[in-house]
Design a protein. Structure first.
Length: 102
């Protein structure tokens, strides 16, 4: 009887441990995404300023409302991929994929 209980508890603990591991992996991935987004949006604002474009100038080029761009640059909103591509195109940049070097 005790043996059966111990096996059951061990299975439960194993499942909980797996859930914790999965949660940790998920949190690490989310942090990485937020870090990349922070770096990207910061760089977009920098590139716009480097080109001496105001937010309004850039918005006129890509047909976006200025408050929307302000929210993106302040990291209050994440841009849709199509908006990101339009911004990059207007700034003469593009997205490039590189293999991670681990």
């Amino acid at each position: 009887m005790i043996d059966k209980y111990v096996k059951k508890e061990k299975k439960r603990i194993d499942r909980e441990y797996q859930n914790i591991e999965e949660l940790n992996k998920y949190q690490e991935q989310e942090k990485r995404i937020l870090d990349i987004e922070e770096e990207l949006l910061s760089e977009l604002a920098h590139l716009r300023q480097e080109k001496k474009l105001s937010q309004r100038d850039l918005c006129d080029i890509i047909n976006l409302k200025q408050p929307a761009l302000a929210k993106i640059e302040k990291r209050k909103n994440s841009p849709q991929l199509s908006t990101l591509v339009k911004i990059l195109d207007a700034l003469d940049y593009h997205i490039e994929f590189k293999k991670n070097s681990k």
